[in-house]
Design a binder for this molecule. Structure first.
Ligand SMILES: Cc1cc2nc3c(=O)[nH]c(=O)nc-3n(C[C@H](O)[C@H](O)[C@H](O)COP(=O)(O)OP(=O)(O)OC[C@H]3O[C@@H](n4cnc5c(N)ncnc54)[C@H](O)[C@@H]3O)c2cc1C
Length: 592
């Protein structure tokens, strides 16, 4: 094969589709999971929770006990199917603040990684359906200039939901009362606002448009585009020619559905592209002998190339919530026909009719409110917080870099940039969204009359790591996101809970507020909230950064062409290359 792609997920299928446009090139995708596109739990948007619960479609990585979260072990969901995480994700298709994409280019001294340079590709990837009158009446807005409509080139079907709860309009009005502008488009690079999020859903039939739907199903008959499912890659095999810079991938070893070991060869001049996700990719590289030599030796793998930053620089979003009782009014909802579904309680009834009639299950509708520092801190208070972080730049860069001096410089460069962006209100630390079911209370134990505001911590400064601990490919990797290690992350998250409370109790949301029950009104001070949060915070499963695109002098693993330093023909294309987390929900748009 001219190109062997390890992992048929979000980025892997995108790359495979585009490469196979050249009919002279043979492209192979090896995907560990099955093709699950025909499962109702996958294609019915509203059954999203059921999809995640299917452990067969979810790697469900577990973390080591988290020091700053009361020693709790958290789960990080990641899709294990053709289409990767887009098979189980929430389908929100928004973009981050321009300055955050620009930060990638600044860190790499390469302006080809910037909002302006990426926007044409963002547009190329999508087939966008503008909102109709019903969707506009429910708050959907779009700016034509930032979207793609080309049915020849576009692949991901993107549009607005057809189903809206009444409370979302109250939520948006409340946000506006609190000073958030109404967003003209949450994908326009200025998402510090409130608006209705577009979703990767096919408007023709209200079904999920995963990466498999976008980049594989309609192209499966290309003779040069081969996809093997249930194929778990064990390692890359190398042709060593003496000098490190000439280490060349010659083949890839995988285990097929019958548990047989197979080898596929890379053509002369061909390439291997690793797209196994932010946890899967460093694992494949480490099993192949590329990574921190001491970690590899301890795991029983012969080192081929010592790159100590492989698996480091791990960043993830986390979330938490405020739950409040509400009155019945909130649960009457309208669809196109204006019909009331108040009495319908079987939430997990698989409703194909619902997607036909644009009912509850036809979308995962979200109105998002993206907050900046100015929304949660007053200026002098925030300056003080930033000064404290600036004084400790060295300390945290060293602490978070696991004894790797080059990466310490890289983390320090990221932190400096993040603090500068915070100062100019361009690093957006929180996403707020209104939901009806969220938190630790099981679905069965919930009363219906409940509102949740989810507060997600974006742009975190904490960095952790993931590494193999065994040469056995079926032993899950060690995952330590080191959540909440940096005090600025804690300060933002506590402030997010206070903002969530304020949103629930400000008009017009206040008109449907009855009483808060989580964290509970007895949690008054910042310290009370912080202590409660340590016991409940969850992963938002937006992990990035473990094969960071950074200069070698800053502890990078890949260059700006996504080639791994020191390897002749191996690139990485997935969330692991993102050096600096962005404030979007999260990277689907970018990886497409
Ligand atoms: C539950 C959930 C909700 C989310 N909600 C949203 C959202 O609403 N909007 C948004 O933009 N983002 C969301 N995200 C994040 C987003 O979906 C991911 O960041 C993105 O899809 C990651 O893409 P990727 O290409 O890096 O990895 P993935 O899409 O995860 O692809 C990696 C692929 O590699 C395969 N693989 C791994 N190891 C091997 C191996 N050894 N051999 C062969 N194959 C292997 C995996 O099975 C998988 O298919 C969500 C994520 C999750 C998990």
């Amino acid at each position: 094969y001219d190109y062997i792609i390890i992992g048929g997920g979000t980025a892997g299928l995108t790359v495979a589709n585009r490469l196979s446009e050249d009919g002279d090139k043979q492209v192979l995708v090896l995907e560990a999971g099955p093709n699950a596109e025909n499962l109702q739990e996958v294609f019915v948007p509203g059954l999203i929770g059921a999809g995640q619960a299917l452990t067969t479609l979810n790697w469900a990585y577990t973390t080591v006990p988290q020091t700053h979260l009361n020693g709790r072990v958290l789960t990080i969901n990641a899709g294990k199917a053709l289409g990767g995480s887009t098979v189980i994700n929430s389908m929100i298709f928004v973009r981050s603040e321009k300055a955050q994409y620009d930060a990638w280019g600044i860190l790499n001294n390469d302006s080809s990684w910037s909002w302006n340079a990426l926007l044409p590709y963002f547009k190329k990837s999508e087939i966008f359906t503008p909102p109709n009158k019903f969707q506009q009446a429910n708050g959907a807005r779009f700016e034509r200039d930032v979207h793609g409509f080309n049915e020849e080139q576009g692949r991901v079907k993107v549009g607005f939901p057809n189903f809206f709860f009444q409370q979302w309009s109250l939520w948006r009005q409340t946000a506006m009362h609190l000073g958030f502008p109404a967003s003209p488009d949450l994908g326009n690079g200025s998402p510090h606002a409130v608006g209705v999020a577009p979703a990767s859903i096919d408007p023709a039939n209200n079904t999920r448009c995963s990466a498999a739907c976008a980049y594989y199903t309609d192209f499966a008959d290309r003779p040069n585009f081969t996809v093997l499912t249930n194929a778990t890659v064990i390692r890359i095999i190398w042709t060593e020619q003496g000098r490190e810079s000439e280490i060349t991938a010659s083949a890839v070893e995988y285990i097929n559905a019958n548990n047989e070991t197979q080898v596929v060869n890379v053509s002369h001049g061909g390439e291997v592209i690793v797209s196994a996700g932010a946890i899967g990719t460093p694992k494949v590289l480490e099993l192949s002998g590329v990574g921190n030599s001491s970690i590899l030796q301890a795991a029983g793998v012969k080192p081929i190339l010592n790159i100590p930053s492989v698996g480091e620089n791990f960043a993830d979003h986390v979330n938490s919530w405020v739950n409040a009782f509400t009155n019945r009014y909130m649960f009457r909802y309208s669809n196109r026909t204006g019909k009331s579904y108040w009495r319908k309680k079987k939430q997990f009834h698989i409703s194909l009719k619902s997607i036909r009639t644009k009912g509850f299950y036809s979308s995962v509708s979200r109105s998002l409110d993206i907050a900046a520092p100015s929304d949660i801190f007053n200026k002098s208070e925030f300056n003080h917080i930033l000064e404290e972080s600036e004084e400790k730049l060295d300390y945290f860069a060293t602490l978070l870099s696991n004894g790797n001096p080059l990466l310490a410089r890289g983390i320090q460069a990221q932190h400096r940039l993040a603090l500068d962006l915070y100062r100019s209100n361009k690093n957006l630390p929180l996403e707020m969204s209104l939901r009806i079911f969220f938190g630790n209370t099981s679905f069965e134990d919930r009363t219906m009359a409940q509102n949740t505001v989810v507060s997600a911590l974006y742009a975190p400064l904490s960095r952790g790591r993931t590494h193999i601990s065994s040469s056995d490919p079926f032993v899950p990797p060690m995952v330590d996101p080191a959540y909440w290690t940096h005090p600025l992350d804690v300060a933002f998250h506590v402030a997010g809970i206070k903002l969530a409370r304020k949103m629930l109790t400000t008009g017009p949301m206040a008109s449907v507020y009855e009483e808060e029950f989580e964290p509970g009104l007895e949690k008054v001070t910042d310290e009370d909230i912080e202590n409660w949060l340590r016991g409940v915070v969850q992963s938002y499963t937006h992990e990035v950064g473990t094969m960071a695109m950074l200069p070698q002098g800053l502890g990078g693993v890949v260059d700006t062409n996504l080639r791994i330093y020191g390897l002749k023909n191996v690139r990485v294309a997935d969330a692991s290359i993102i050096p600096f987390p962005i404030s979007a929900h999260l990277v689907r748009n970018f990886l497409s």
